[in-house]
Ligand binder design. Structure first.
Ligand code: SF4
Length: 66
């Protein structure tokens, strides 16, 4: 079973903490809008994504079962 990244867009303030923790899964564009680069969490990305979920200061990130 794979996991999917879920962003609560009402909470996200685009501070980029998740981008630093998991740069292959998240990016910020020039307008400071967050993008999820890869919604599905592969085993290789899992540790980074879990770190991003933990470190998001707005608790805007969660994982759901696909
Ligand atoms: S760490 Fe959280 S608040 Fe910051 S950009 Fe990522 S999802 Fe948004």
């Amino acid at each position: 079973m794979s996991m999917k990244i879920v962003v609560d867009w009402d909470r996200c303030e685009a501070n980029g903490v998740c981008v630093r923790a998991a740069p292959t899964s998240f990016s910020l564009d020039e307008k400071d809008q967050l993008h999820v680069l890869a919604e599905t969490v592969t085993p290789e990305r899992r540790a980074q994504v879990e770190q991003a979920v933990r470190e998001c200061p707005k608790q805007a990130l969660s994982l759901s079962e696909d």
